[in-house]
Design a protein around this ligand. Structure first.
Ligand code: B12
Length: 215
């Protein structure tokens, strides 16, 4: 790993915005993939979360972390033009009910748009019914759910149950991300989980290029 990447984790953990921005600018000038830089910053936010759990950081520090992340995203995306080039059906994406964390969603949808996917971004705190409406409206076959708080797991589970109840589950693939793991996937009934936004393009391409659902 390059020194710059290591330094990014520490700078984010210290919430040193100036240092983070300078390191990102340097990294971009050196030709490092922006999403590699974002991943290091994400690791830094994990550290911020740990310090918050220990009572060493406060809510204001979580807010600061999100502000730094947003500024980095703006910097990284400023020269990018997002155009849907692939004729895939729209991917429905949202942060589930009761949860307002959206940085990971914004990064992942940004990467997907950049790779030609048409995204219906429903925003944050999205009730299951809204996901169902969007699936119907766009005839979608992939639903992406994100959630970072424990309550989000029940919202994911309820959303997936609602897709089942309304007859959409058999033809939709549900991918979850955020603070999730295999146990959460099993609990919620999702098809896939990932915390690596770079995997999502290939995964979605595979799903959408086949006529049947892959599980
Ligand atoms: C920033 C932050 C906030 C910001 C969020 C701002 C925003 N606009 O998103 C603010 C200050 C608003 C906030 C609020 C709260 N937060 Co908060 N927050 C964080 C923090 C520090 C970073 C989260 C983050 O943005 N990470 C960076 C992104 C890039 O990572 P990511 O979301 O995981 O996304 C990556 C991948 O997962 C993937 N991905 C994400 N989603 C998806 C979806 C798909 C389909 C795919 C393929 C990929 C993918 O792509 C991303 C890039 O790789 C975390 C700590 C942590 N460890 O995560 C706590 C954390 C999530 N928050 C926490 C808490 C407790 C709260 C509050 C309840 C605090 C309070 N007392 O009010 C509220 C909750 C409000 C609510 N109802 O949602 C806890 C949750 C604990 C729990 N298990 O429930 C954490 C873990 C902190 C901690 N250790 O205690 N928070």
């Amino acid at each position: 790993m390059l020194k710059i990447q290591k330094m990014l984790v520490g700078a984010m953990a210290r919430l040193d915005e100036t240092m983070v921005m300078n390191l990102v600018k340097q990294g971009l000038q050196m030709g490092i993939n922006p999403y590699v830089l974002l991943e290091e910053i994400r690791l830094g936010t994990d550290r911020v979360g740990e310090l918050y759990s220990k009572g060493e950081y406060f809510l204001s520090d979580l807010i600061m972390a999100s502000e730094i992340f947003k500024d980095v995203l703006t910097l990284v995306n400023q020269d990018r033009v997002f155009t849907a080039i692939a004729s895939y059906p729209t991917v429905v994406f949202g942060t589930v009910e009761n949860d307002i964390h959206d940085i990971g969603k914004n990064i992942t949808t940004g990467i997907m748009s950049y790779n030609g996917f048409d995204i219906c971004d429903l925003g944050v705190d999205v009730p299951g019914e809204k996901f169902v409406e969007a699936v119907e409206l766009h005839n979608s076959r992939v639903v992406c759910l994100t959630g970072l708080i424990t309550e989000a797991f029940d919202s994911m589970k309820n959303t997936i149950a609602l897709l089942e109840k309304t007859g959409h589950r058999a033809r939709t693939t549900v991918i979850i991300g955020g603070l999730v793991n295999e146990s959460v996937r099993i609990y919620t009934g999702a098809d896939y989980w990932t915390t690596d936004c770079n995997k999502v393009n290939e995964l979605c391409r595979n799903i959408l290029m086949t006529n049947r659902k892959i599980v």
